[in-house]
Ligand binder design. Sequence first.
Ligand code: SF4
Length: 319
Amino acid sequence: MIRISAGSAACMGLTTNKMDAYPTTAYFLSGNSCRMGCSFCPQGSGNNVILDRLGRVNWPEFAWESVKEGLHRAEKNGTRRICLQSVRHDIGIEPLLKLVKRFKEISDLPLSLSAWIKDQDEATALFKAGADRISVSIDVVDPDLYRTYKGGSLEERLDLLLGCAKELPGKMSTHIICGLGESEKEAFGLIDRLVKAGITIALFAFVPLKGTPLERGSPPPVESYRRVQAGYFLLEEALAEYESFKFDERGRLISFGIPKSRLRKHLYPGTAFQTSGCPDCNRPFYNERPGGIIYNYHRPLSKKERAAGLELLFKSLQE
Ligand code: SF4
């Protein structure tokens, strides 16, 4: 059996659920109940574990035998990548290696793996088994909050991620959650470091989830999230430099340090507000309810959405 996100399962023809949008990546989840105790995650040990939830998405179980045909159907529906997410279980990477190989035997789609690895050797072995990209999730950018919400040391995890990126250039990704109490200045300091190391970043907006210690928290203000999305886009595309960014005394971004006319031109297409991460990863409604505020657009924005996003962003900048 393997868990498949509800949207992916529908796209694979495994359910008849009506979805608002199909994902362009097929998302799989391996393992039950994680050894990590992340305060924001329904899979975290010690939390009120909900095995079929990760983020705000449901992950029903399906027989492995249904996956091959399902992936072929999903390809016809526009799926261009597989993402295998694994909880941390500390029984070595053998089960993960087997799973990656199993996927590669039944599908030619590139495979991203998001898993807890202990060192570079494990990353190398997983790439050898067929992974196209590996994500080492940072999630929390403030070192103290990292210790509180995830446990352990942010710098140690970063050392591993940056070390892997040096040895395996262009192959590493990470996840960052905005709205956990970090300042925008801290977020951009880390984003800049990661971009310079060639690491692809999947930005998430914090979602308070029932059964987790942070269930009473709040998602980030959307204008703050738009600033982080825009800043990451500008840094990633080398259209601005972190050294030119300006912040107020609370660490809130007030200027990207480039003329507004140029900024408008760069951001006009709306790409900055679309889901970021591995190629073809669009994660529909991971952060938002259909019909609610959209933090990560899983598709190109309409003219009206682009205008609204830009207006909100520009209104929140001082220069
Ligand atoms: S960015 Fe998307 S495809 Fe890549 S590891 Fe994260 S969820 Fe998976």
